[in-house]
Ligand binder design. Structure first.
Ligand code: C2E
Ligand code: MG
Ligand code: MG
Ligand code: MG
Length: 285
């Protein structure tokens, strides 16, 4: 390392690069111990139905308490994905989400994020089957969120796995739609129950983004898929989404992700009124 780099003539850059590598290795080895140390926790964020201002389901979002700080999944999921640790971590997430939904909520569904490597792992379907059997959660209360990434490389295998999930009775959603390799053709390759519009669209201020949102709503309507707008932060975004006919949202405006014990079972009065008062008025008959 240090000496090798020196011999290779990269000495000037070595200290910084060495530190970054060491931190990454530390992160990875701590990550490998985090399950048995009980350092993971699921936060829940409500998904809200705009037609009645009620919580339609919750998304489970993993948090890692490493020492006294929470590490964001945006920082450690990529490391877990690259190292393969995402497979056991993802298994923990599915079991824990099913346990929480079955024991703490009456009817509400829960959605779980699944990374590409976890999705393609040979044990993935049996993890779902086992978690459902273990907890007694009705399968239609579990939704698996995947991203377009899983549909790129081995399309037919991915479609097969998605079909097996549907056969179990669980739901499938396409997360972060509108980012990455996005193409409208992904929407027709598989009958997703839900399409989650990425927050970069919802938060965009240009008209083009709103044209795309309208098109996605139109296509989804034809496919009978629900559309959830992610990352709604302002009443202006809320209003626009209502005008174009979007009926479900997630975002800090209505509810942030919180530890299970702090998660609202119902929206508070103010938030409900904020939504209900903005519903587009009906045309007079
Ligand atoms: P995601 O699945 O698209 O989840 C939505 C992210 O947006 C969450 O970030 C959530 O806290 C955040 N968010 C919600 N409302 C708003 C808003 O109004 N504004 C903004 N700016 N952000 C909002 P989080 O919890 O940090 O998770 C980030 C990503 O990490 C997730 O994106 C998902 O891809 C991944 N992730 C989270 N939990 C898991 C997990 O259990 N397994 C896997 N494989 N990935 C996970
Ligand atoms: Mg998600
Ligand atoms: Mg998303
Ligand atoms: Mg995301």
């Amino acid at each position: 390392s240090a000496k090798q780099n020196g011999r290779n003539g990269y000495q000037a850059f070595e200290p910084g690069m060495g530190r970054a590598l060491r931190l990454r290795q530390e992160l990875e080895s701590d990550l490998g111990l985090a399950i048995e140390r009980g350092e993971f926790e699921l936060f829940l964020q409500p998904r809200v139905d705009l037609t009645d201002a009620r919580i339609s389901s919750y998304e489970a979002l993993i948090r890692w308490r490493r020492g006294d700080i929470y590490v964001s999944p945006a920082d450690f999921i990529p490391v877990a994905e690259a190292s393969g640790l995402v497979v056991p971590i993802g298994e923990w997430v599915i079991r824990e989400a099913c346990r929480i939904a079955a024991s703490q909520f009456e009817e509400t569904a829960i959605s779980v994020n699944v990374s590409p490597r976890q999705f393609l792992d040979p044990g993935f379907l049996s993890v779902i089957r086992q978690a459902l059997a273990e907890t007694g959660l009705r399968p239609e209360r579990l939704e698996l969120e995947i991203t377009e990434g899983v549909l790129i490389d081995d399309d037919s295998r991915a479609i097969h796995i998605l079909g097996e999930i549907k056969a179990l009775g669980a739901l499938v959603s396409l997360d972060d739609f509108g980012t990455g390799y996005s193409s409208l053709s992904y929407l027709t390759r598989f009958r997703f129950d839900t399409i989650k519009l990425d927050r970069s669209f919802v938060q965009a201020t240009d008209e083009t983004a709103w044209h795309v949102i309208r098109s996605v709503l139109g296509i989804a309507g034809g496919l009978r898929a629900r559309v959830v707008a992610e990352g709604v932060e302002t009443t202006q975004q809320l209003e626009r989404l209502m005008v174009v006919g979007c009926t479900e949202i997630q975002g800090f405006l209505v509810a942030e992700p919180r530890p299970v014990r702090d998660v609202p079972r119902k929206l508070d009065h103010r938030t409900r009124a904020m939504i209900l008062d903005r519903r587009p008025s009906r045309e007079p008959v």
